[in-house]
Write a protein that binds this ligand. Structure first.
Ligand SMILES: [Ca+2]
Ligand SMILES: [Ca+2]
Length: 236
């Protein structure tokens, strides 16, 4: 009875090892397969410099793939509103504007602010308000002017109708479209040389083959026998 239990435990451990090995290989395969196909959201990043006099310098306005800032009430005095062409409000959120500096008793005249909000192509006007009074208003329709020309203010994330993937638009889209995006430093698989691309596919095929063989061995219970044979040879 005791020996039977020991044998059962051994079998269980062997099966566990096989399962762990299989899980690692399957995970590796899915990481490789999904690396370039993760769906990301378009995000509008805005960099402001806001002064105590309520003057605003808009330093940067760009669209890329990322997570928007978590919505939380910061300072209810300041808000940002985005409208469409028909002046309907599409976004309305409070802004974390505070005129102080860490570790400094002096109060600054202006503070920088960077925010990331979800982006939609119908964004047309941006407005800043303090206590419900407008102190900044800007046309941001330049992010996507559908005119079949990819302009400096547009990219594949903000205006794919004008800026096709893989083009030179200051944005690395990493899309598998057969075009090496000149804006990508590394992570566009289309930029790999033919030899590098072929090697990567061989690695993937090799992993799939190992998976199939291990699955077959496990199913026919030959994996345990194979491991036993391997261990016996090792002991010798
Ligand atoms: Ca355009
Ligand atoms: Ca590009």
């Amino acid at each position: 009875m005791l020996n039977r239990n020991k044998d059962l435990m051994k079998d269980l451990m062997k099966n566990n090892r096989t399962s762990i090995l299989l899980s690692i290989i399957i995970t590796l395969f899915f990481i490789l397969a999904t690396e370039n196909t993760v769906a990301e959201k378009e995000v509008l990043e805005i960099d402001f410099l806001i002064s105590t006099e309520n003057t605003v310098a808009l330093d940067n306005l760009r669209v890329f793939y990322d997570e928007p800032d978590a919505e939380e009430i910061e300072n209810e005095d300041y808000s940002l509103l985005i409208y469409n062409q028909q002046r309907a409000v599409l976004q309305n959120q409070t802004l974390p504007v505070y005129f102080y500096l860490f570790d400094s008793p002096q109060l600054p005249n202006e503070v920088p602010l960077t925010i990331k909000i979800p982006y939609h192509q119908n964004y047309k006007y941006l407005e800043l308000q303090k206590n419900k009074t407008t102190f900044f208003f800007k046309d941001i329709g330049i992010l996507c002017q559908k005119n079949k020309r990819c302009e400096a203010s547009e990219n594949y994330a903000s205006c794919p109708q004008d800026c096709p993937s893989g083009g030179s638009d200051g944005f690395c889209d990493t899309l598998a479209d057969g075009r090496c995006d000149p804006d990508c430093l590394a992570n566009d698989l289309d930029c790999l040389s033919k030899e590098e691309g072929t090697s990567l596919w061989w690695v993937i095929i090799f992993l799939i083959l190992i998976m199939i063989i291990l699955y077959y061995l496990k199913k026919t219970n030959n994996f345990s026998r194979l491991m036993e044979l391997f261990n016996t040879k090792k002991k010798k």
